[in-house]
Every structure is written in structure tokens, then in C-alpha cells.
Design a protein around this ligand. Structure first.
Ligand code: 5AD
Ligand code: SF4
Length: 440
């Protein structure tokens, strides 16, 4: 009999994509093979997201679908990884769900042992102990798409406890990797041909290692030969000291794009959310960023319908959107997550219809702002890092420094090439142009 085959499906954030590679590393090192087809697999893993109820629901539906394969393949195992695993733990073994293995984000090293035990004993196994130190720093998992961008986790976990958010419970406490170890991983990626690196963390700009700051880490990464672009996600507004703004502004390799989650534009709601800044402080920070960093793209995350949010308070969110003029925004309806402070303290009292109404108006406003911001790019020329073919096959797709998607007629460039593109047309989400000349 050949090696057991594993199929893994990933949901949610980039950290989960990164973690799926960790799982791949761990299992490949223990004699497992991987397959892209669930029907061929002996073990099906879902690496899951619990941030909103919908994401969790989707996972449960997907498990139900895979369960049907069990009837056709004896011994097929279904495993749940990631935040839903950590959140629901042994509840996932409840009758009828069909899950055999549960492993949370800090338990991936135990997977070979868990699988062996399940196969031997035919009993379910759950590993959800959170660690204060696990960073998988020896595994160097970044491999990912097409050698263009590599995601590299520099820290894991979150200590902020925003009242709506389940992440501090599913991913545990903040911990940072040693700078030398990060530099070693990125140097190896550059040698493999990666041009861009995105530093990842639930709270990436809280990075600190024995006095070594996030700004210093970015500078160190920028000195790695072959790395031409550096991005980072997701930061928290509370951790933007001057040295960080400086390195974004003055270091040519650092992309002029900051994702700055707002969540709400109203100070009372922000307080209830435990976000630690007021409307005015957020506005001042966004203003300082735009002033200090030329051609900066600012993007954000927003939640509407947080408990007790009045129409007037919601208007503050629209007001901040108008004042900051975000280049893009991810917008969500508040979703109550069991175990969070908000779920314990505040009833989810804004109706579904009201949340829909609020988000619709927000999306409409953001669309018009995004279009307006993109119109400023007309007739400008940008270095575009090519990612591959666009939806239309005779077109290529890449991103400019500001992380905006740029589409242009195929000029023979390959993924990982830089091409100079002049913008001739824009939509709220895309810049459309023509290649002026290949850069490198
Ligand atoms: N309900 C709605 N949105 C949420 N987010 C996190 N938790 C919730 C929740 N309970 C959003 C936040 C965060 C993004 C990743 O997901 O906006 O920044
Ligand atoms: Fe969740 Fe807030 Fe931590 Fe982000 S900073 S992961 S929203 S608790």
C-alpha cells in the first residue's frame, strides 16, 4: 500500500493559508502524500475560520458534503483544523457531524501522532491546547502561489481582545519569531525567486522581539537581496510609532499601502469594542499617514450593527469613510461570537434588516469613493508586479505598489516580472491599462 493521501481545504485569512503549508510540511515529513482531489484522499482536512457565524456555518456544510464520501471509501478520515476546531473542540464529534480529528492552530505538530492513534483505535482525537511559544519557526512553510508573493508569519496570536472578536480565544496569546529566523526564511525565499514578501500576523505591528521593533524588522527585510516589495497585514491602529511611518514612507521597497482597521467611526461604539482609540484619534492617525507617506493607499475593515449602535452613531462611520477616503474597505455585519466579551455583555439587538440596510449604504458609499480614488490614477504609470493571467485570457493581472489590481493586455510577461503600465481606464476595484515597457 502507498502512502496515505491528504486533501486540505483552506478557509479564512492568510494566516490559515500559511498554516495549511505548515500542516503540509509536518505531514510530508512523516510520510504522507497530498492530493488535490477529495475523492482520492484518505484524509480530508478543513482548515477553518470562525470569525463570523457564516464562515463557521460554511465549514459545517462542507463537512456534511465530505461525510457522504465516507460511505464510498472505508477508513476515510475527516479532520477539522484552525479556528473552528479551536472554538468548538469536541463538540465537532457530536453524533452525525462525522468528524474524526480536531486540531487547533497550535497543535499541528501533533497531527501525525493524532492520525496514528485514530487509525489504531478507531476513536476520535482532539488536540486544542494553546501554546504561549509555538511559532513553527523551524518549518519555513512559505512556498505558495507562483513565486510572486510569499506570506511569512512573523508573529501569531492576539492580546487585544476586541470585544466582538473570537481570534484571541482561537489563536491564543501573542508571540513573535526571532528576527534572525525570519530573515533566514525570507533569504531562502528570495533565493527561490520570490520578489515580494508579506509579513503576516494577527496584529503584525505589535511585533517586538527583545527590543527589536517592527520598523527595524522591515528595514532588515528590505536589505535582503532579491526582495523588491514588502507588505504587511494586519496592523492595529494602536501600534504606529513614528519609526514605522518613517520606514513605510522612506524605504522604496515598502509598499505604499496600509490596511488600517477602523471597525466603527463612533467613539462610544469603539469603546464598547475595546479598540482603544476614539474617532478623532483614528482620523488624526489616518491624516498623519497620508501627510507623511506620498501616494498612500489606505484600506480598512468595518463592522455595522454592533449592539446598541444607533443610526446616528452609524453615521459617524460614514463620516470617517468620507473624511479618510479609503481606497477600499472590507465591510461586515456584526456577528455574535460565543465566548467573546460582546456576546456576554451586550445582546445582539440590531435587526438583520437594519444591518443589511446599513451595510448596503456603506458599500455604496465605498464604491463611489474607490472609483473616485482610482480615477486619480488615470494616465499615471506604475510598476506592476505580474501575478498571472486575468479573467480574460488575453490579459495579464498584477498589482501596483498600492496593492491595486492592474489589468493589461498580455505582453508576454511572466508571473513575477515587473511591467510598467499606463492606466487608461478604472473601475472601483481595478485599474486597466497598457504595458509601456517591461521593467525587469
Ligand atoms: N462580526 C463581524 N465582523 C467581525 N470581524 C471580526 N469579528 C467579527 C464579528 N464578530 C471582522 C473585523 C476584523 C475582520 C478580520 O473581521 O472587521 O477586522
Ligand atoms: Fe480580533 Fe481585535 Fe485581535 Fe484583530 S486585533 S484579531 S479584531 S481581537
Amino acid at each position: 500500500m502507498g502512502a496515505a493521501k491528504v486533501y486540505i481545504e483552506t478557509y479564512g485569512c492568510q494566516m490559515n493559508e500559511y498554516d495549511s503549508e505548515i500542516v503540509r510540511r509536518v505531514l510530508t515529513g512523516n510520510g504522507y502524500d497530498f492530493t488535490d482531489t477529495p475523492e482520492d484522499a484518505d484524509i480530508i482536512f478543513l482548515n477553518t475560520c470562525a470569525v463570523r457565524a457564516n464562515a463557521q456555518r460554511k465549514v459545517l456544510q462542507r463537512i456534511d458534503l465530505f461525510k457522504k464520501l465516507k460511505g464510498r471509501k472505508q477508513g476515510l478520515l475527516i479532520g477539522v483544523l484552525g479556528c473552528v476546531a479551536q472554538n468548538l473542540k469536541t463538540e465537532l464529534f457530536n453524533s452525525g457531524i462525522g468528524v474524526d480529528v480536531v486540531a487547533g492552530p497550535d497543535s499541528y505538530r501533533t497531527l501525525p501522532e493524532l492520525l496514528r492513534r485514530v487509525q489504531e483505535t478507531k476513536e476520535t482525537r482532539c488536540a486544542t491546547t494553546l501554546s504561549v511559544e509555538e511559532t513553527y519557526s523551524d518549518l519555513f512553510p512559505a512556498q505558495q502561489s507562483g513565486k510572486v508573493n510569499a506570506w511569512v508569519a512573523v508573529m501569531r496570536g492576539c492580546d487585544n481582545f476586541c470585544s466582538f472578536c473570537v481570534v484571541p480565544y482561537t489563536r491564543g496569546r501573542e508571540r513573535c519569531r526571532a528576527p534572525d529566523n525570519i530573515i533566514e526564511e525570507i533569504t531562502a525565499l528570495a533565493a527561490k525567486g520570490y520578489k515580494q514578501v508579506t509579513l503576516l500576523g494577527q496584529n503584525v505591528n505589535s511585533y517586538k522581539y527583545e527590543g527589536f521593533t517592527f520598523a527595524q524588522l522591515i528595514s532588515a527585510v528590505s536589505r535582503i537581496e532579491g526582495i523588491r516589495r514588502i507588505r504587511f497585514t494586519s496592523p492595529h491602529p494602536k501600534d504606529f510609532p513614528d519609526d514605522l511611518l518613517e520606514v513605510v514612507a522612506d524605504n522604496d521597497k515598502v509598499c505604499k499601502h496600509i490596511h488600517l482597521p477602523l471597525q466603527s467611526g463612533n467613539t462610544r461604539i469603539l469603546q464598547m469594542m475595546n479598540r482603544t482609540y476614539s474617532k478623532e484619534e483614528y482620523l488624526a492617525l489616518a491624516h498623519r499617514m497620508r501627510e507623511r507617506i506620498g501616494n498612500l493607499a489606505l484600506t480598512t475593515d468595518i463592522i455595522v450593527g454592533f449592539p446598541t449602535e444607533t443610526r446616528e452613531e452609524y453615521e459617524d462611520t460614514l463620516d470617517v469613510m468620507r473624511q479618510v477616503e479609503f481606497d477600499a474597505a472590507f465591510m461586515f455585519k456584526y456577528s455574535e461570537r460565543a465566548g467573546t466579551a460582546a456576546a456576554q455583555k451586550y445582546p445582539d439587538d440590531i435587526s438583520a434588516a437594519e444591518k443589511t440596510d446599513r451595510i448596503t449604504r456603506l458599500v455604496d458609499l465605498q464604491r463611489s469613493i474607490s472609483l473616485e480614488r482610482n480615477q486619480r490614477h488615470l494616465n499615471e504609470t506604475y510598476d506592476v508586479l505580474v501575478e498571472g493571467t486575468a479573467r480574460k485570457p488575453d490579459q495579464l493581472r498584477g498589482r501596483n505598489d498600492e496593492n491595486k489590481i492592474v489589468v493589461f493586455p498580455d505582453n508576454g510577461a511572466q508571473a513575477g516580472d515587473f511591467v510598467n503600465v499606463r492606466i487608461e481606464e478604472v473601475t472601483p476595484n481595478t485599474l486597466i491599462g497598457v504595458a509601456v515597457q517591461p521593467v525587469t
